[in-house]
Structures are given as structure tokens and as C-alpha cells.
Write a protein that binds this ligand. Structure first.
Ligand code: PHE
Length: 386
């Protein structure tokens, strides 16, 4: 073989190699990749597991209906283990290695703050279905949410405690390591004072702590009518058991971070006549919600979806709806369409995003009664301050 012929053969092989690579890239382009990051393991594992079920349901339904923009959707999910650093890693991988067009997640506000920073820096839109701390979307035009925010949630629990429980003196025990809990401490205490009540003491813990006796002894000395604990379910369960061991009998009040079937498993009777605010109740008779619950139960051995599963389903569907309206997955156009979401009929309720990329929805208060979390009240979202 002459040198010239050899050169041509090598060149041809290179062209062929290139063609194979291009074809592979094309095959990948035939799907729309969506990234999801969630705590599938760790102390908040049910948050991620439930999110996963909700997101998958929405994606599967869309794929079974033929996909979106003529393509099938491909969902890529990474576990955050409930840790901020892992949330950052997951989002970095989803953007840089998997080239997702959008992100769904996280649940815990601290983790959405970490992941959102990276989404924003890379210009990839992100929708959190459940993070309620206001800072998650603040100053980040790529970050959106489909749930209410904590100034409202803190107010809702304060309003219920004051009006319905006639609680005048309330103690607070919050998780100093979670943006969610730190924010709610402030929101709740502000609302209680506005409603004419007092806060007897504000004590803190760190997620994973096992001994709360020092804080609870101080709380007991203040003789509160109720104790507000804006934490996540594993810690709240442990705290509730110790509260009762110390002979404190007043109701415990909480927020959406309590929403896990695990809470009842950990704390059982210690939760009797305790209350928490949430995004949804399975007792709500709206037909679209009941249809969703029925389908979810069929797919998951009769399991009733928790708030996280329902919100995750809505979050994913808001993204798909925006994709259709934008008629592209180009990040800026997609972000614009997400921001323009108006009157979207979700299973958690009607979703309209405001200029701060947040949703405004009512909260429900649930009460532990005869071993079940039962609907106790609805608190309407605050009127527009404009
Ligand atoms: N709102 C919580 C947070 O921001 C997360 C959460 C939402 C937990 C709904 C349970 C149910 O951290």
C-alpha cells in the first residue's frame, strides 16, 4: 500500500468514526432529558422516594401519550442522601454529564438552595415541587416552585393555634442546620406576636441529635400552651417521644416537614392531638385529586400518596406544560414559559406562578386523631399585597 493510499484509508476511518459519534449524539437527541435530584436515602428518605414516584408517574403518562415535542422523555434521577454537598454534585452531573434540559427537585430547602445555585449559574431551569423557604427562588430567575412559601405556612399554623386551639403562649424548637426550620422559626414567631400571642422560648437542635432533654426542660419551665417544631419527620418523631417522657402533655405543632408515614411509626401515641400544616389531604374530594390517588394506589400496592408525591407529580407536569407552550427545550425560552404558568390545573390545586416564581395556594391543617392524620382546617393564602 502506498503512503498516499494509507493516508486516505486513515482519513476514511476517521470520517467513519466521526459519523458513528455523530449518530450516537443524534440518538441521544431523540429524547428530552430531564434531571431529578432527591433524598432517596438518609434521614429524609421518604421525601426522595415519594418525589420519585410522583415524577415518574408524570413522565410515564406523557411518554405513553406519545411524548413531548415529538420526542420521548428520559428521566435521570440522582440521590442526594439529604446532604447539601451531594445535591450540588447531583446537579453538576446532571447538567455537565447528562446534559439535561431542566431540573426537578429538591425537597429540603437547604438542598434546593445548593442545587439552585448551580442551575442558575449554568442557565438551566429548575422547578422545586416542595421547598418552601423564600430564598430558594430569590434572585434566581431560573428557579421556580409549585408550592406555597414559609411566611404563609408559618402564619397558617400561628392562625390555627391562636383561633382554633386558643393557644396564647407557644414555645419553639427548631433545627438550626436547616434553612427551612430557621426561616419558619422567624415566620411563625412573627405571626404569633401579630395575632396577640407570646413565644415563651426559642430552643434549637441539629438534625440527627438524639437527646433533647436540656431544650425540653427549658420549654417545660415556660409552661407553654403548645410547642412549635418546624423540623423534618425523623427528628420530630424522636422529639415527640421525649416530650411525653418528660411529662409534657400540650399539643405539638408542625409544618410540612412532618409529612411522612414514618413519623407515626416512630412516635405513635406521642402525637395524639398534634397538628401540622400541609399541601394536601387525601380527604379532599376534588375529582382530579381522587383520580390521581386511585391511580397512585394501583401502582404502589395501595399506598396513599403523601404530599411530596402529589407535589412532585404537579411539578413535573408544570415543566411538561411549559415545554409544550415554549415549543422548544432551549433553556431561556423554557424558563420564560415556566414563569408564565397561569391557572394550571394541578392535582394539589390551581397553580399560577407570581413574579417571584412562587405559587400561592391554601394550606391544610391535619390533626392526629384515632391513629390517623385527619383534615382539621384550611387556611386561605394571603390576599395580594398590591
Ligand atoms: N417544605 C420543606 C422544605 O422546604 C420540604 C417538604 C415539603 C417536606 C413537603 C415535606 C412535605 O424544606
Amino acid at each position: 500500500m502506498s503512503a498516499a493510499v494509507r493516508r486516505i484509508t486513515v482519513a476514511a476511518a476517521m470520517v467513519a468514526g466521526l459519523a458513528v459519534a455523530t449518530m450516537a449524539a443524534h440518538a441521544a437527541d431523540d429524547t428530552i432529558k430531564i434531571g431529578h435530584y432527591a433524598s432517596k436515602t438518609g434521614p429524609e428518605a421518604t421525601f426522595g422516594q415519594s418525589s420519585d414516584k410522583g415524577v415518574k408517574m408524570a413522565i410515564d403518562e406523557a411518554n405513553n401519550a406519545g411524548g413531548v415535542l415529538g420526542k420521548k422523555l428520559e428521566l435521570i434521577t440522582y440521590d442526594t442522601q439529604g446532604k447539601s454537598a451531594e445535591a450540588s454534585n447531583a446537579v453538576t452531573r446532571l447538567i455537565n454529564n447528562d446534559h439535561v434540559v431542566a431540573l426537578l427537585g429538591e425537597v429540603a430547602s437547604s438542598l434546593s438552595l445548593a442545587g439552585g445555585e448551580i442551575a442558575q449559574a449554568n442557565g438551566i431551569p429548575m422547578i422545586t415541587h416542595a421547598s418552601t423557604n423564600p430564598k430558594v427562588t430569590q434572585g434566581r430567575d431560573m428557579v421556580f416552585r409549585v408550592c406555597f412559601i414559609d411566611p404563609f405556612q408559618g402564619y397558617a399554623v400561628a392562625k390555627f393555634a391562636t383561633d382554633n386551639l386558643k393557644a396564647k403562649k407557644i414555645a419553639i424548637l427548631y433545627d438550626q442546620g436547616q434553612a427551612y426550620s430557621v426561616g419558619l422559626r422567624k415566620d411563625f414567631s412573627k405571626a404569633v406576636k401579630q395575632l396577640g400571642g407570646t413565644i415563651t422560648t426559642e430552643q434549637s437542635y441539629t438534625g440527627g441529635d438524639q437527646d433533647f432533654s436540656a431544650q425540653l426542660t427549658t420549654i417545660r419551665e415556660g409552661q407553654p400552651d403548645a410547642i412549635f417544631i418546624p423540623g423534618y419527620y425523623t427528628d420530630v418523631g424522636n422529639i415527640a417521644l421525649q416530650v411525653r417522657k418528660l411529662g409534657i402533655t400540650v399539643p405539638l405543632l408542625g409544618t410540612d416537614g412532618w409529612d411522612s408515614a414514618k413519623l407515626k411509626e416512630i412516635a405513635g401515641d406521642a402525637l395524639k392531638d398534634c397538628y401540622y400544616s400541609n399541601h394536601y389531604t387525601p380527604e379532599d374530594p376534588r375529582p382530579e385529586l381522587q383520580a390521581f390517588i386511585k391511580k397512585f394506589k394501583e401502582l404502589h400496592n395501595g399506598e396513599t400518596p403523601d404530599a411530596m408525591a402529589v407535589l412532585a407529580y404537579d411539578g413535573a407536569n408544570v415543566l411538561l406544560d411549559a415545554m409544550k407552550r415554549a415549543n422548544t427545550t432551549e433553556p431561556k425560552a423554557l424558563a420564560k414559559a415556566i414563569g408564565e404558568t397561569k391557572g394550571f390545573k394541578g392535582v394539589t390545586g390551581t397553580i399560577t406562578l407570581d413574579e417571584n416564581r412562587n405559587a400561592k395556594k391554601p394550606a391544610v391543617i391535619l390533626q392526629m386523631k384515632d391513629g390517623e392524620w385527619r383534615y382539621a382546617a384550611s387556611i386561605a393564602p394571603p390576599a395580594d399585597e398590591k
